[in-house]
Design a protein around this ligand. Structure first.
Ligand code: KIV
Ligand code: ZN
Length: 517
């Protein structure tokens, strides 16, 4: 590696903003704060915490993250208008390192059909709004939405204008995932060569994955001179998602010889970050997903296993430990005390206060009464489960089922402190339980997805259930784990209904109903 010219790449994490735009990925404030704490441990340079004008909930989440998370830049998204920018400022101003991230589309396609604006008017708006944002905060990022399909000369003019107005970062999004790696390399290189004063600002890229090229395009941009990449954990995001943080970071780490670049990321925290996001959103990664998928380090073929046993490097380009995947499994059980439990929590990266440890320990003891061996994944599911506020709480579920009877359920749910009960039959025990809960919560939401998988072990394993519900085009995933999969399903459904309730309450309080599309 050429140590003299080694480049520092800033990692701008947008899991809480673009990532949250994934269907089913809505998070409440407590979940966002939890994830933000983990992103800080991971070592990202910037956390884009949300889009404050979109809803009261988004505003409060960005504000809470800005207040609590130190040492990391906290960005809030804003369209290029005064109301959005002021709202973003009002939320991020609590941060030690606040950033306003303002954007407007620059391609003719967007100008003509979406914004109905001329290039001249757009130029004035972009420059004017960066100037306006600068009256509040030093660090202002400007994004030229749909940059990769924008007329090159016009894009350069806009970039020069916003740099002149004080933008400290200019971001080049491939908003619709249309670019290809060689083309994107040339595009970024030309921007570097052509735009005046570009060397005085951070040049950032933001790639979407519609053609599966988001990571390749981001890496090409780094080779061409970009010094910031915007990405998400597990690559979640709009449509096919954003560039996956873990893949970019590990490509830079493993292929230092090619990229000659470093990041601030503590790679040991990668797997935990991925797991936490999965637990919060209920969206699992595919088993063969690079770096964080279940099979990413599994050697199945005999020839490979033989090679790895003789010398790991034969088939492993990085160790699982490098990304925080434990090879030593200290399994807890019924007889494990609070001390061992606390140590386990710390080794998994959970920094909880005494009260949180106490609550988690009670849940751990209850689980260890039902299950002999408690794996790391079981503990993750215990921790991720705690929510500060729940309108609905499942108190009881009982289902009679079998091969000769129609499944019949009895459930009790606490609704705002009042215990309600109902019963229903169904197509199976899970369906019967959900139907009875539906009668109590009186929801119009439709169940559109159901997934159950075992958290390691044998028939005594916990079933990890994700249920996705949809109402008015909004889809939300609830999740729960239990050794009884009917109980796990009922709890996952109630979890989804609680999240939907919070989402709807935030929407009602929304200061701006038109959300970024
Ligand atoms: O994809 C995109 O263009 C965006 C911008 C808001 C940066 O997410
Ligand atoms: Zn995006």
């Amino acid at each position: 590696m050429d140590n003299e010219h080694i480049k520092k790449i800033k990692i701008f994490d947008t899991t809480l903003r673009d990532g949250e735009q994934s269907p089913g990925a809505s998070m409440n404030i407590e979940e966002k704060l939890n994830l933000a704490r983990q992103l800080a441990r991971l070592g990202v340079d910037v956390i884009e915490a949300g889009f404050p004008v979109a809803s009261e909930g988004d505003f409060e989440a960005v504000k809470a993250i800005a207040q609590e998370i130190k040492g990391v830049e906290i960005a809030g998204l804003a369209r290029a208008n005064e109301k959005d920018i002021y709202r973003a400022y009002s939320a991020v101003k609590y941060s030690e390192k606040p950033v306003i991230h303002t954007f407007i589309a620059t391609s003719d396609l967007h100008l003509k059909y979406k914004l109905k604006m001329s290039r001249e008017d757009l130029y004035e708006k972009a420059v004017g709004m960066v100037r306006y944002a600068k009256t509040f905060i030093e660090n202002v990022e400007f994004s030229a939405e749909d940059a990769s399909r924008t007329d090159f000369e016009f894009l350069c003019k806009v970039l020069e204008g916003v740099i002149d107005a004080g933008a400290t970062t200019v971001n080049i999004p491939d908003t619709v995932g249309y670019a290809t790696p060689f083309e994107f390399f040339n595009f970024i290189k030309s921007i570097k060569e052509r735009v005046k004063s570009i060397e005085n600002v951070i040049l950032s890229v933001h790639c979407h994955n519609d053609l599966g090229l988001a990571v390749a395009n981001s890496l090409s941009a780094i080779l061409a001179g970009a010094n910031q990449v915007e990405c998400t954990i597990n690559g979640i995001g709009e449509r096919a998602g954003n560039a996956a943080l873990e893949e970019i970071v590990m490509a830079l780490d493993v292929r230092k010889d090619i990229y000659n670049a470093i990041t601030n990321i503590n790679t040991n925290e990668i797997y935990r970050s991925s797991q936490l996001l999965t637990h919060i959103t209920g969206i699992s990664v595919q088993p063969n997903k690079a770096i964080v998928g279940k099979n990413a380090f599994a050697h199945e073929a005999g020839i490979h296993q033989d090679g790895v046993l003789k010398e790991k490097a034969t088939y492993e380009i990085m160790t699982p430990e490098r990304v925080g995947r434990q090879s030593n499994d200290l399994v807890l059980g019924k007889h494990s005390g609070k001390h061992a439990f606390k140590e386990k929590l710390e080794s998994l990266g959970y920094l909880l206060n005494d009260k949180e440890i106490e609550n988690a320990f009670i849940k751990f003891k209850a689980l260890s009464d039902r299950k002999k061996e408690i794996y790391d994944e079981d503990i993750d599911s215990l921790i991720a489960k705690s929510h500060p506020f729940e309108k609905y709480e499942l108190k009881y579920v009982n289902v009679v089922c079998g091969d000769t009877v129609t499944p019949l359920s009895m459930v009790k749910v606490m609704v705002d402190g009042e215990l309600k009960h109902n019963s229903s039959c169904g197509n199976g025990p899970v369906d019967a339980a959900i139907n009875a809960i539906e009668k109590i919560v009186n929801s119009k939401a439709k169940v559109i997805g159901y997934e159950v998988k075992s958290i390691r072990g044998t028939t005594e394993a916990q079933g990890d259930v994700s249920i996705t519900i949809e109402e008015n085009g909004v889809s939300i995933t609830g999740r729960s784990a239990h050794t009884d999969i009917v109980v796990a399903s009922a709890k996952a459904y109630v979890n989804a209904i609680n999240k939907l309730y919070i989402h709807n309450s935030n929407l009602k309080k929304s200061v701006e109903s038109e959300i970024y599309e």
